[in-house]
Each structure stands twice: as structure tokens, then as C-alpha cells.
Design a protein around this ligand. Structure first.
Ligand SMILES: Nc1nc2c(ncn2[C@@H]2O[C@H](COP(=O)(O)OP(=O)(O)OP(=O)(O)O)[C@@H](O)[C@H]2O)c(=O)[nH]1
Ligand SMILES: [Mg+2]
Length: 428
């Protein structure tokens, strides 16, 4: 099962606004008619319960939304670029991935239909019709479209289940899941039969809940021994753990402690979750005979806060009581993000990462200046600043955008070279 993968997403660029004038027979001087560019498409992840793994991203790790179209004359705005909507499993965490590691959690898709905009389309540039002012009836300025975003993100699937089954290999975890639900995980008398998590839906009276069976743990799992502890992330969102022990084994208490140590090392919060301790294989005489001894041993061990139950997954002895205990424990310990009682939450839309606005200007090493204020740069890129008149209009905008003030405050002098986008001029 692929439950973690890095993908690259790219939103569309905004289309450019244009400079254009309406000149018709009856309107010799016309007015500005340059349309706006369309917005670039977003890349959006959508939680979809019909998908259970991230496998498809292994083959298709790139998602590119369409650019917005440029505006045209006669107030024609460019079309918006189409968004790309990508279905991901419910339970997916989305991380910004930089330099080979997670840097920021963008959000978690917990409910069916939850959405997160992982790359926001660039805004369309405004056409010259927007730049009319009392002093400039013939605006010669238009904005270039804003660039889209390119980003690598890591999808990390954490299954959503209410109850997690933990324990050593061969304890009978998969047998218990089979006894309480319609799931049919592989069962065999050798360790590590289960190699990836399996979900089962349990119905008890009028309630339903989801139980996840994960591969067995052994001492040293946190160091990668056995199948390691990477599957433990799939029980991080559960509310209750069912700790399954093979009652026919020796050293029961040591076994329980070593599993608890492994989960503590993985995540101390996980170790604090309430546990139901299930002594399995109760059908075997050797287990049935030692019942009171086992209870005494477990109860006299410090730090074991569990409820003890004796169960046989083979004969179904105690299985109904176990379902009832699970249901009661869930009721008492329910955490938000679970499926218990099939609570139907509203789907949420997670906003994109806020764009960081840098400063307005920078000084180059050779003493010249560069305007980096985004709006000013887009205006310069979208306009032809070759004419004296366009430059006057542009300087007027620089004043409005407070770029002029920033330059003055920083000590610019007449005659200094100023660059913005691809343009270069002397300050006057
Ligand atoms: N007698 C008896 N045998 C059982 C019982 N439950 C499970 N077993 C046997 O124990 C062995 C292991 O069972 P599994 O359910 O595969 O154990 P598991 O904990 O899922 O093991 P891994 O997936 O390897 O971690 C199998 O041979 C089962 O038939 C039980 O209640 N009584
Ligand atoms: Mg198993």
C-alpha cells in the first residue's frame, strides 16, 4: 500500500490585461477598451471515499492547471483557466515538501468532499479600462497576469478508524477483525501475516464504527525491526486501542509492556489512548486454566490501565462482549475525527497558503534600484513604457502604490537607475 507520496502541482498563470482603445466612426476618440486577463486555474485536492490508497500518484505525480487567457479589445475579458481537481483518499494529510522534507502542514482532508487548494491560480491582469483617472483619460497601462504557483507537496494517508488493533504477530488481531466485521484479512499461524492495514466496519446494536487491523509489532519496531512502526500512523486518529495478546504465550506482562513501549516511542499521545486488553485464544485449555492468574498478573502491574477481556476469535466466545465494550469505550472516549455513529460533518474547504508579500524595493549592489512590489511589476510587464506619456502614468501609479515613498525614504537620488520587470529608466 502506498500511503505517502510526493507530487508536484502547478496552478495556471493569470492572463494579461491589454491596452486598447475603442475607435469607431461615431466615437473618434473612443475610450479605453482593454479587457482583463482571465484567472489561472487552481489545483484542488478533494477527499473521495471511493479511493483508499495513494497508489495512482506513483504513476501520475504531476498536476498542471490551465492558464487564464489574455484580455482583448472592446472590453473582452480573457477566459479563466480550468482548475484541476484531484481526488485523494479521505484521511490524507497535505504537507508542503521542500528540500526533501515536510515544512508546513497545509491541512487534512477528513470528511468526504473536503477540499484544499494546494496551488492557487494567478490573478488575471487588469486591462487599461481600469486605469482611467481624471488626469489620464487615455490610460496606457495594463497589468500582466500573476504567475501561478509551483509547489511540491507530500500526501500522507492516515486511515480514519475509531479503534485500532495492536499486538504482537500471531496474537490473533486479524482473527478478531474477522470475528467482529465483514472484513476478511489473511490469517495464518506465522508472524507478519498482515503486511498492510485492513479496515473493517463493525455494527453493534444501532451503532457502527470502523476498526483497523495493522501488522504485528515486536520489540525494536521503532528501529525498523519486524515490519517496523510505520503502520502506527494509521492508528493515530483512533479513539480507542484494542491490545490483543495470545493468552497461550508465556511472559504475558512483558509482552504487553514491550508493545506499549513501542507505541510510546512512536507517539506518546498514542500510548495515552484508552486500551481494552484482549486475552485471545480463550478456547485453549491452557488459557482457560490460567484466567485468574493472568488477571492477577495484569492487575498487579503498574501502568496498565486497561480493561481485561477473555475472548476466543476461533469460537467467538466473548466476541459479543468485546463489541459491546468497544462501543461503550468509544462512547466515553470519542474524539472528533472519527466515524463513530457516522456523524456527518460538513465538508470544509481549506484556504491556500497566504502569499508572502516581500518588500517594495531592493537596492542592487551597484547602487541601482529594483522595484519588486508585485503590483508595480505586473503593471510594468503588462504595459509599453517606451513612451513618455506611459511613463508619466506609471510614475503616478508608483506614487499611489507608495513605491515612490519607499524609494525616497531609502535615499534615491535624481538620475539613479531604476529597474522594474524588464524596464530600466532614470529617476527624475
Ligand atoms: N486456538 C485459537 N487460535 C487462534 C485464535 N485466534 C487466532 N488464532 C490463530 O492464531 C494464528 C494467528 O492469527 P492471526 O489472526 O493471523 O494473527 P495476527 O495477530 O493478525 O498476526 P499478524 O498478522 O502476523 O500480526 C492463526 O493460526 C489463527 O488461526 C483463537 O481464538 N484460538
Ligand atoms: Mg494479522
Amino acid at each position: 500500500m502506498i500511503d505517502s507520496t510526493v507530487i508536484e502541482v502547478r496552478s495556471g498563470n493569470g492572463g494579461h490585461g491589454v491596452v486598447s482603445f475603442i475607435r469607431e466612426a461615431l466615437l473618434p476618440r473612443g475610450g479605453p477598451g482593454g479587457g482583463d486577463g482571465g484567472h489561472g486555474g487552481d489545483v484542488v485536492l478533494v477527499a473521495d471515499s471511493s479511493i483508499n490508497t495513494l497508489t495512482k500518484f506513483h504513476w501520475q505525480p504531476h498536476f498542471i492547471a490551465k492558464n487564464g487567457s489574455n484580455g482583448q479589445g472592446h472590453h473582452k475579458n480573457g477566459a479563466d483557466g480550468q482548475a484541476v481537481r484531484v481526488s485523494v483518499p479521505v484521511g490524507t494529510e497535505v504537507w508542503v515538501w521542500e528540500d526533501g522534507k515536510d515544512t508546513e502542514l497545509m491541512g487534512e482532508l477528513i470528511h468526504e468532499g473536503d477540499q484544499i487548494i494546494v496551488a492557487q491560480g494567478g490573478k488575471g491582469g487588469r486591462g487599461n479600462a481600469h486605469f482611467v483617472s481624471s488626469t489620464h483619460q487615455e490610460p496606457l497601462l495594463a497589468e500582466a497576469g500573476e504567475d501561478g504557483e509551483i509547489r511540491r507537496i507530500r500526501l500522507n494517508l492516515k486511515l480514519l478508524a475509531d479503534i485500532g488493533l495492536i499486538g504482537m504477530p500471531n496474537a490473533g488481531k486479524s482473527s478478531i477483525l474477522t470475528a467482529i466485521s465483514a472484513a476478511r484479512p489473511k490469517i495464518a499461524d506465522y508472524p507478519f501475516t498482515t503486511i498492510e492495514p485492513v479496515l473493517g466496519v463493525v455494527g453493534y446494536k444501532h451503532k457502527t464504527f470502523v476498526v483497523v487491523d495493522i501488522p504485528g509489532l515486536i520489540e525494536g519496531a521503532h528501529q525498523g525491526i519486524g515490519l517496523g512502526d510505520e503502520f502506527l500512523k494509521h492508528i493515530q486518529r483512533t479513539s480507542v486501542l484494542v491490545h490483543v495478546v495470545d493468552g497461550s504465550e508465556d511472559n504475558i506482562v512483558e509482552r504487553i509492556n514491550s508493545i506499549n513501549n513501542e507505541i510510546t516511542r512512536f507517539d506518546t499521545e498514542l500510548a495515552k489512548k484508552p486500551q481494552i486488553l484482549v486475552i485471545n485464544k480463550f478456547d485453549l485449555d491452557e488459557v482457560a486454566m490460567l484466567t485468574s492468574e493472568i488477571i492477577e498478573l495484569v492487575e498487579s502491574t503498574k501502568g496498565l490501565h486497561s480493561k481485561i477481556m477473555f475472548v476466543s476469535a476461533a469460537t467467538y466466545l466473548g466476541v459479543d462482549d468485546l463489541k459491546q465494550a468497544m462501543s461503550n469505550y468509544l462512547e466515553e472516549n470519542q474524539q472528533q475525527k472519527t466515524t463513530f455513529k457516522a456523524v456527518k460533518d460538513e465538508a470544509v474547504i481549506i484556504k491556500p497558503i497566504a502569499k508572502k508579500f516581500e518588500k517594495a524595493i531592493v537596492r542592487n549592489r551597484n547602487g541601482s534600484w529594483r522595484i519588486v512590489h508585485q503590483k508595480a511589476v505586473r503593471l510594468a510587464q503588462g504595459s509599453n513604457l517606451d513612451t513618455w506619456e506611459a511613463r508619466i502614468q506609471f510614475q503616478r501609479r508608483l506614487e499611489q502604490l507608495k513605491v515612490t515613498k519607499a524609494l525616497n525614504d531609502a535615499g534615491i537620488e535624481i538620475g539613479d537607475t531604476v529597474m522594474v520587470g524588464d524596464w530600466e529608466f532614470n529617476w527624475d
